[in-house]
Design a protein around this ligand. Structure first.
Ligand code: PMP
Length: 350
């Protein structure tokens, strides 16, 4: 017997790499190429370092109030965390304690099976169809919970609110988590369902459409009872998850709706423009409702393209996962970054 027998051994989630080259084009972790709202920069510059000697407010009051106002819900309907990973992890820990399997698609955010294993949650992964679409009927059987990324990652494909409503309605005894990390880029948010169904939890993030991945802010909106159970669990391991700068900067970012809408609109326009250009050089991508494209080339293997792009300091994401190992997930950058990507691809494919 050694202490190692008692270790919780995990195959952890592997995030996309964070390379650091001055000349790089970084399109591998779905970050926003535009800076946070100008008010955030100003607020950060003016933050009083003396305030750091105190604990932050455990209820992240300013942030939660701003979120409630922005999304038309009560503060009691809002949970917040250190990125949506923290929020999702807390939701898995809170809601999935039964013996029946939790269901999520075979191709989806690769953190879901990691949390399930960490918390010893049984799970099953119904296969997406041949067009990478979710098969609704697969979620109409006995289960211990359901997790749907909408739009799905890494496929970029979205389903409608009606689609999720059918699943929520058919599963009144399970919590249905809707991970809306990319919803602002063309998806339909299920926040309205949280007012109608007490088992729907919507999770969003400031890492993508709010340009604040470095701040680590995520949140969930749901029925008051769901949210209160999450706080009970969170407060059983750490009551001060949100730091003071994140609380203040998150609240500030929400004030600038015009900036948020403008940067989001620019990314959508760039996505549509470069989807066409990629098609012209032999790629095929499903229609994207996210800030990335899920691209397959007609003749050259994704792994080869990925490696050759890497040599040129152009970073995209490649998953060595069955069914999607001939695809690249390409984050939408600025027009300039996308131009550099296309010229690198042209050289590689020549
Ligand atoms: N959900 C999905 C589908 C994602 O792709 C990501 C980003 N890796 C997250 C959640 C987590 O993002 P964050 O923790 O930065 O909010």
């Amino acid at each position: 017997m050694s202490w190692e027998d008692n270790v919780r051994k995990m195959d952890p989630y592997i995030p996309g790499e964070q390379p650091d080259f001055p000349d790089m084009v970084k399109l591998n972790t779905n970050e926003n190429p535009y800076p946070p709202a100008p008010g955030v920069r100003k607020l950060l510059a003016e933050l009083d370092a003396d305030r750091l000697k105190l604990y932050p407010k455990p209820d992240a009051k300013e942030l939660v109030e701003a979120l409630a106002k922005a999304y038309g819900v009560d503060v009691k309907n809002v949970f917040m965390g250190v990125g949506s990973d923290d929020v999702l992890g807390t939701a898995f820990l809170t809601f999935f304690t039964g013996d029946k399997p939790v269901l999520f698609p075979d191709i989806s955010y690769s953190f879901y099976p990691v949390w399930a294993k960490l918390y010893r949650i049984p799970f099953e992964t119904p296969a997406l169809d041949e067009n990478f679409c979710i098969v609704k009927e697969d979620y109409m059987r006995e289960n211990g919970g359901i997790v749907i990324s909408n739009p799905n990652a890494p496929t970029s494909i979205a389903v409608s609110m009606d689609f999720i409503e059918d699943i929520a309605k058919a599963n009144p005894d399970s919590v249905v988590i809707v991970d809306e990390a990319y919803v602002d880029y063309g998806g339909e948010s299920c926040i309205p369902l949280t007012k109608k169904y007490d088992n729907v939890l919507v999770v969003q993030t400031f890492s993508k459409s709010r340009s604040m991945a470095g701040m680590r802010i995520g949140f969930a909106i749901g029925n008051e009872k769901l949210i209160s159970y999450m706080f009970d669990v969170r407060n059983s391991y750490n009551s001060y998850t949100m730091n003071y700068p994140s609380i203040m900067c998150g609240a500030e970012a929400l004030k600038d709706k015009a900036y948020f809408e403008e940067t989001t609109r620019k990314i959508i326009a760039t996505r549509e423009k470069y989807k066409k250009i990629l098609c012209e050089i032999g790629f095929d991508c499903p229609d994207s409702c996210s800030n990335f494209l899920f691209a397959e080339h007609k003749t050259m293997a994704a792994k080869v393209i990925f490696e050759k792009l890497r040599e040129k300091h152009v970073f995209v994401r490649y998953f060595k996962t069955p069914r999607i190992d001939n695809r690249l997930r390409i984050t939408i950058g600025t027009e300039d970054e996308m131009e550099k990507l296309v010229s690198a691809l042209k050289e590689i494919l020549a």
